[in-house]
Design a protein around this ligand. Structure first.
Ligand code: ADP
Ligand code: MG
Length: 151
């Protein structure tokens, strides 16, 4: 990722949003700077807005946000994006890393697509070194905090 992109990403977060629309809009801005080969790990409890943010990132890659669902029951969805595949993983129900190898996880994490991972802690050992780690927290009601590497 070029240094200028890293600077833009650093400037966008931390952020606080007050509605799902705001979170999606933030995703759109983040998505504009993300591209093929990037892996974004989205940490945060249920309902903190991970999928909502993914919808915005997807929109930046010409994937209609309404087509982006929660892959909770399917482990992964693949969408054709503007400049390559968009991989959306949700490891919430992952029981064993073998399930990921059956899926062809190498292509997701080390291929030419943009990969977005919910519940990344379930596959922590597989995440590439260049993974961008993002943390979402519930601040009460509709407020959410979204930050980098803020465990
Ligand atoms: P996750 O993928 O983290 O489980 P989702 O994005 O699926 O979360 O759902 C977030 C839920 O929280 C949605 O029901 C959404 O309407 C609600 N919500 C309320 N405020 C916000 C906000 N500021 N950002 C994102 N979602 C919000
Ligand atoms: Mg989700």
């Amino acid at each position: 990722m070029p240094t200028s992109s890293t600077d833009i990403l650093a400037a966008l977060l931390p952020a606080e949003t007050a509605s799902p629309q705001e979170t999606q809009a933030l995703g759109l801005r983040l998505g504009a700077v993300l591209g093929p080969g990037d892996v974004v790990a989205l940490y945060g409890d249920l309902g903190t807005g991970k999928t909502c943010l993914v919808k915005g990132i997807a929109a930046a890659h010409d994937v209609p946000p309404e087509t982006v669902g929660s892959p909770t029951f399917t482990l992964a969805n693949v969408y054709p994006g503007r400049d390559g595949p968009l991989y959306h993983l949700d490891a919430y129900r992952l029981r064993h890393l073998d399930e990921l190898f059956e899926l062809g996880i190498d292509e997701y994490l080390y291929g030419d697509g943009l990969c977005l991972v919910e519940w990344p802690q379930r596959l922590e050992p597989l995440l590439p070194e260049h993974t961008l780690r993002l943390h979402l927290t519930h601040l009460g009601r509709d407020r959410r905090r979204i930050a980098w590497n803020d465990r």
